[in-house]
Design a binder for this molecule. Structure first.
Ligand SMILES: [Mn+2]
Length: 353
């Protein structure tokens, strides 16, 4: 193969126009493109897959989106047909995956997070392109368009689609708008820049409709999820200092409401919404002895540092990790680190508007 994988030490960062043009030219001449994203995919991953799939189809390039796991219920409204994004089925898909001359991985740079598709990715002879906004990146990719300063992978995909010269139709713009909207907290998070809004403006001009997309994304919740939120609110605890708030979801509650712990990413915003709270925590008992912790911050403390103390990772304002032990043991251990981080944190910033 003419293209060689980049060295393991190559940094991620704002991709140069030349890097975007090179990835676009690979895609324009591709014959079979396999698009995929991480397991338990989210709005950014699925939105990018759909936008790229549709853009490539409009250019006459054969492409398929094949993931390890199902599109979450909350995002299925985006699909033009139920099988527009496929769940990997070896007997149906292996021939296509082996024949793919280009592989595009979106919203993740680590092959192990492709689940059952990790091996197919590893053995693929195709040119490997990564579109992402996370820090960690395997050295297997020939093209890396990854900028951790962006809210969403969609903000990387947008200039790539422009470089591809694919028409920006409503069908491309809508999932791309969803990708950025979901990962930017509805255009509120700190990484929103004028460029974020410039892209959003182009997408709306191309036919993406913010209000119906908002209704489909945020006001189409399952009753069980809202009822579970009621229990999470009842069990809210605020640390005596007032800066840490947390709540818990037991394995019994997950079973009673038939909730997938991966499909409730916003519940941790309930403790975060309290005045004076700097760190919000949601402890979810995945199984007896294993607790998943979602952490959110308002800015004074980088919650990724909290996550790192427990072997996890994430972003300054949003991170996650797992702790062995009971819910109570996990809470005691995590609160102790929170207090330490708060003591070392700079004083609250005085804002003026
Ligand atoms: Mn993302």
């Amino acid at each position: 193969m003419a293209e060689t994988a980049r060295p393991a030490s190559a940094p991620v960062g704002p991709p140069a126009a030349a890097a975007i043009a090179a990835a676009a030219s690979t895609l324009r001449t591709a014959r079979r493109v396999w698009i995929t994203t991480h397991v338990k995919s989210d709005g950014d991953g699925i939105g990018c897959e759909l936008a790229l799939l549709r853009a490539l189809a409009s250019l006459g390039v054969e492409a398929r989106a094949i993931n390890d796991t199902l599109v979450p219920r909350t995002l299925r409204f985006l699909l033009a047909r139920p099988d527009e994004v496929l769940v990997y089925d070896p007997s149906r898909d292996d021939a296509f995956l082996r024949a793919a001359d280009t592989v595009v991985v979106v919203d993740v740079g680590l092959a192990y997070r492709l689940g059952r598709l990790e091996a197919r990715f590893g053995e693929s002879a195709g040119v490997k392109i990564c579109l992402d906004h996370h820090l960690d990146m395997d050295p297997a990719f020939h093209h890396v368009l990854c900028d951790p300063d962006l809210n969403a992978t969609g903000e990387i995909l947008y200039p790539l689609l422009r470089a591809l010269g694919a028409p920006l139709t409503r069908e491309v713009a809508s999932p791309l708008f969803v990708s950025i909207s979901v990962d930017s907290g509805n255009f509120c998070y700190e990484r929103c820049t004028p460029e974020t809004f410039r892209i959003a403006s182009e997408l709306v001009a191309a036919g993406a409709e913010p209000y119906p997309l908002h209704v489909a994304l945020n006001w189409s919740r399952a009753l069980s999820e809202v009822k579970l939120e009621g229990e999470v609110i009842r069990m809210l605890r605020v640390d005596p200092g007032g800066a840490v708030a947390c709540s818990t979801v037991s394995a019994e509650m997950l079973a009673r409401y038939a909730m997938d712990p991966m499909e409730m990413p916003n519940i941790v915003n309930i403790p975060l919404s309290l005045e004076g709270v700097e760190i919000a925590l949601l402890f979810v008992e995945l199984e007896p002895g294993r607790v998943k912790v979602s952490a959110r911050g308002k800015g004074r403390v980088k919650v990724c540092e909290l996550a790192r103390a427990f072997g996890g990772g994430g972003h300054p304002l949003a991170a996650g990790f797992s702790v062995q032990g009971t819910l109570e043991e996990a809470r005691t251990a995590v609160l102790a680190v929170c207090r330490r981080l708060l003591d070392a944190a700079p004083p609250p910033r005085k804002q003026s508007w």
